[in-house]
Design a protein around this ligand. Structure first.
Ligand code: SAM
Length: 427
């Protein structure tokens, strides 16, 4: 692997005697990690090591073919590189929380947050301005199945202008020069240049100012990137927080020894993950808290009787013909004036026919529809769209007790790729 000279010089200056190990680690294959769903009740890769900073994280010895794995389709786990799972250490303990993830696609941090929020913990707004990446975000959040979110596609400035100080937690997992991803993605290295780092630094600063404006008193700003460039990390935060007396840094008091802390500004502390020291890819994370007392305004939406019985603790609301699901904790945290925004929520479908997402929801659907358990082998055929005969009008298809889709009487089950296009419709 031939590394750019400017990058080599910077990392040698930064890491000193560790630089050689770091460069060697960059030439090794990336490690695959997964984070298990806390409510779907399965956790089972045996040949795996725990991720030190996440109780449900595992690092795998080999990458299984996830796309053919029924448990992946059921949302029993999320494939996420291990360093990113450290976000959990920076989330506050208090509940309920109104959280916005400004650059959420494809959903790694967002699914982690939803796992923490559960049914009563609050609301996540998963935002990303890139429409193509939002498709993956939507699929991943539906598969995860905790309906405590809305997906939006605004620029962070839009949010900052309309909803200042409206969030308990603002996550900016910023677009960056991607130095930490070179093991996974060699194009990121080919596209790298010192000019790219400067361009990203400027973009991140403007996003950081918008993100900061969104934080409520007593709320947190969590900033992360997957790059090692200090200009994009601690230097940006030092600039953002200079002369701020009403903000203080959030420290990771029991950070594992393989994580390297860096001090910046007059009191900031950031945390670096290097591939020669720890199990994940390159990553930087740092958080700040605004002093004061939170007085978040909320506007609960009217719930509607669901079109079919829902799992316990999940509520239904309606927009036009479509029914959507939300947890009670999320319903209680909706910002005022919110119905005017453009969003996607967790779709339940129209009347009696459930949307694909509903099959994947936490809590299961056994009360509403007869369950149709199938084997892993049969699931492969189901994915290919092979015809299965349903006995009841609608059957809930499960593998190992977890929902993976629906079967309709008298109609072939649609191949997965078709289902993608029809995801939000009833069929
Ligand atoms: N948080 C995601 C996760 O954990 O899966 C990864 C986010 S990725 C590092 C950066 C994201 O920033 C991309 O999805 C990209 O679409 C988004 N992005 C690009 N330009 C942006 C902007 N101006 N404002 C906010 N997000 C932006």
């Amino acid at each position: 692997m031939s590394l750019p000279q400017a990058f080599v010089s910077r990392m040698q200056a930064r890491l000193g005697s560790e630089a050689h190990d770091f460069f060697c680690a960059l030439a090794t294959p990336p490690k695959t990690a997964v984070r298990w769903h806390p409510q779907k009740g399965i956790s089972r890769f045996v040949e795996a090591r725990p991720v030190p900073w996440h109780p449900l994280g595992q690092v795998l010895e080999q990458r299984p073919p996830f796309e053919r794995e029924p448990l992946w389709h059921a949302g029993a786990y999320y494939v996420q590189e291990a360093s990113s799972m450290s976000l959990r250490a920076f989330l506050p303990e208090k509940r309920p929380l109104r959280i916005i993830d400004l650059s959420a696609a494809p959903g790694g941090k967002a699914t982690l947050v939803l796992a923490e929020l559960g049914l009563e913990g609050g609301l996540l707004i998963a935002n990303d301005p890139d429409p193509a990446r939002r498709i993956a975000l939507q699929e991943n959040l539906e598969r995860w199945g905790i309906p405590a979110y809305f997906i939006t596609g605004r620029h962070p400035r839009y949010w900052a202008e309309r909803y200042p100080e409206a969030f308990d937690v603002v996550i900016l997992d910023a677009p960056c020069s991607g130095e930490g991803l070179w093991r996974k993605d060699s194009t990121a290295m080919r596209q790298w240049s010192t000019q790219l780092v400067q361009r990203m630094r400027r973009l991140q600063r403007s996003l950081l100012f918008a993100a900061k404006a969104l934080v409520a008193p007593d709320g947190r700003l969590i900033y992360s990137t997957c790059t090692f460039a200090p200009e994009e990390n601690e230097e940006n935060l030092a600039y953002l927080m200079q002369d701020e007396s009403s903000w203080h840094p959030v420290l990771w008091s029991n950070a594992p020894p393989e994580v390297v802390s860096v001090s910046y500004g007059n009191k900031g502390v950031g945390y670096y993950f290097y591939p020669h020291r720890s199990v994940g890819e390159g990553f930087f994370i740092s958080a700040w808290e605004r002093s004061g007392q939170s007085v978040l305004e909320t506007q609960s939406w009217k719930t509607t009787p669901a079109p079919y019985p829902l799992p316990k603790g999940i509520e239904c609301f309606r927009q036009g013909k479509m029914y959507y699901a939300l947890t009670p904790g999320a319903l209680a945290m909706i910002p005022p004036r919110w119905e005017r925004e453009k969003w996607e929520a967790f779709p339940l479908g129209e009347r009696i026919r459930p949307a694909h997402a509903a099959a994947l929801m936490v809590g299961g659907m056994t009360q509403a529809f007869p369950e149709r358990p199938i084997s892993s082998e049969a699931f492969e055929r189901y994915l290919r769209g092979e015809l299965f005969q349903a006995q009841a009008p609608v059957e809930w298809v499960t593998v190992e007790g977890l929902g993976v889709g629906w079967l309709y009487k008298g109609r072939p089950s649609l191949p997965f790729t078709w289902r993608r296009f029809l995801r939000n419709r009833c069929y």
